[in-house]
Design a protein around this ligand. Structure first.
Ligand code: TEU
Length: 562
């Protein structure tokens, strides 16, 4: 019988299905490919597989734009394939957590197709529709209902000429935001969630769940004046309603983690306090925003070991007595952690990857391993924007250059932070395309797969892979790792990251020398791989705020509108 907080001693592994393993040679990863590599996960020792979206989707945002919540996209396989994966994982004592993307749908979802048909369509109020700003002609620049911008560059509102109104899209224009004020929307989401749980899924990773509540105000232009609504007025009410409608009464064994960009510790205490029946834990963004300046993600600023220690220390202290931390350094949205927080030069990469893993996994919280980080995979080579596939990177490059940023400077920023860095094919072996596909991969494999791959590392007891395996085993074997308290040591030290964990009379002392960690240079991010940019601006110009979000409001001048 699992305890309700079983996930405190568990480790999760994130699979980005498009890039994990391709079974049919179309160059795109799929569910049968995942099923062929479960030995890798079992040898690593992980307990949970978090699967990024495999639902039907036009794939504008690689599946985070869903057009059918109840079916698997043929690119990834069938519902039967997914049932098979669930059965395989359960047979191995592992669990499956699905990605839940319900802040928005794809514009191809039937709900939106109906909603946009007319202003009095029964589904009109399932999304956010607003008239042009008073005194402005619809579709003209500046006529948007308010100044919200899209995370993927440009305004957060799209003009729909057929019904002469704008619709809200915090992300791509093909990702319209659902209106959670509407109880019909909420009930439809809860019904879908129950359908998946009844199918054997063990919980959800809830995409940008802190964005679902928007501040609705009466006076024009409505929707309040904030750039984004992080942790909006009703988000906690919605999560408690979700708990009552979906999770209450189900046996222990589920895991629900919310992705909550820009959320401060105080909010995370509310989201993860078990007495509040909201979430088990959240993905916080403070440490992945450390190298973002006032202009947002692409305004790269220096980051030091001290910054990292201060941030993690704040979150360890903030959730020590209530709630729970997730622990992550990488995912499908972030550059490779050994390149960003460590040093991926060949002479340092292995030690650097091991040091980062040691520090992360021995903190108090639930660790998440992003596919390939257990091998010490690095950022890839992005020569020009043509090497990019990610809508966020391509849009940001175009917006920066259109805004006057030198193309090479813009490319230097993209090279450092593009999400494509984490989406190159999983490096299984040293064969062509890293053993990921027999076809032509949708995104080129990192050329260094000949040196960095799972086959080589499984045979090398000193590999990054076996280091991760030993850290995961330690968490399973020694309760001080999962349940011990946390005390930061040498907080002022610029290179050493040290802390102590205590449980009863057990002590665990962790000391890591992160001096290998190379901060991003104050002028431009030093490309860990690929050609150094020919010219870097002396200081990162703050690109126009339309190039993207700043999830950490409260930074001086943080995205204070255009
Ligand atoms: O990401 C939400 C989010 O915070 C993104 O803005 C992300 O941090 C950003 O791309 C980093 O530059 C979630 C998903 O993880 C992401 O893949 C999706 O693109 C996004 O939501 C929309 O669903």
């Amino acid at each position: 019988e699992l305890a309700r907080d079983w996930w405190k001693s568990a480790v999760a592994y994130q699979v980005y299905p498009r890039s994990f393993a391709d079974s049919d040679g179309d160059g795109i990863g799929d569910i049968p490919g995942i099923r062929r590599h479960l030995d890798h996960l079992e040898e690593l020792g992980v307990d949970v597989l978090w699967l990024s979206p495999v639902y039907r989707s036009p794939m504008d945002d690689n599946g985070y734009d869903i057009s059918d919540y109840h079916d698997v996209d043929p690119l990834f396989g069938t519902l039967e394939d997914l049932d098979g994966l669930i059965a395989d994982l359960h047979a191995r004592g592992m669990k499956l957590v699905m990605d839940l993307v319900v802040n928005h749908t794809s514009s191809a979802h039937p709900w939106f197709v109906e909603s946009r048909r007319s202003t009095d369509d029964p589904k009109r109020d399932w999304y956010w529709w607003r008239p042009p700003r008073p005194g402005h002609e619809g579709g003209a620049p500046g006529a948007e209902p308010n100044d919200w911008v899209s995370v993927f560059s440009g305004p957060g509102w799209e003009w729909d000429g057929r019904t002469s109104e704008y619709y809200l899209h915090i992300f791509a224009t093909s990702q319209p935001d659902l209106n959670w004020e509407n109880p019909e929307v909420r009930q439809a989401v809860y019904s879908m969630m129950n359908w998946w749980l009844d199918r054997g899924v063990d919980g959800f990773r809830m995409d940008v769940i802190n964005l679902i509540s928007k501040p609705v105000t009466d006076e024009p232009p409505g929707l309040g004046e904030m750039i984004y609504v992080l942790n909006g007025p009703k988000v906690h009410d919605y999560l408690r309603e979700m708990y009552d409608a979906v999770f209450a009464g189900r046996p222990p064994g589920l895991l629900n983690v919310g992705e909550t960009p820009g959320t401060p510790v105080e909010q995370a205490r509310l989201y993860t306090d078990p007495e509040r029946h909201e979430l088990d834990m959240v993905f916080q963004f403070e440490h992945v925003d450390l190298d973002s300046g006032p202009g947002g993600k692409w305004d790269v600023v220096p980051m030091t070991v001290r910054h990292l220690k201060d941030s993690f220390g704040r979150w360890q202290a903030g959730l020590a007595d209530v709630g729970w931390n997730s622990l992550y350094l990488g995912n499908h949205d972030q550059p490779r952690c050994v390149s960003r927080y460590g040093d991926d030069r060949p002479e340092h990469r292995v030690r650097s990857a091991k040091a980062l893993a040691t520090v992360l996994h021995l903190h108090r919280g639930t660790p998440y391993v992003y596919q390939g980080d257990e091998l010490g995979m690095t950022n890839t080579v992005l020569r020009t924007v043509d090497d990019c596939r990610d809508i966020e990177s391509v849009n940001a490059y175009r917006a920066m250059v259109a805004g006057g940023t030198d193309p090479e400077d813009a490319m230097a920023r993209i090279r450092y932070k593009s999400r494509d860095n984490a989406r190159t094919p999983m490096q299984w072996d040293d064969s062509e395309h890293a053993g990921f596909t027999t076809g032509s991969p949708w995104l080129a494999a990192n050329p260094n797969h000949t040196e960095i791959n799972a086959a080589a590392q499984r045979k090398d007891p000193d590999s990054v892979f076996h280091h991760y395996r030993q850290l995961i085993a330690l968490r399973h074997d020694d309760p001080v790792v999962a349940h011990g308290d946390f005390t930061m040591l040498l907080p002022e030290h610029e290179q050493v990251y040290a802390f102590e964990r205590r449980l009863g009379d057990r002590r665990l002392l962790v000391v890591a020398n992160l001096s290998e960690t190379r901060t991003s240079s104050p002028t431009c991010p030093r490309p860990r791989t690929g050609r150094a940019p020919s010219s870097c601006s002396a200081t990162p110009a703050c690109p126009p705020t339309t190039t993207g979000s700043c999830w950490a409001p409260g930074r001086p001048g943080s995205c204070a509108g255009p």
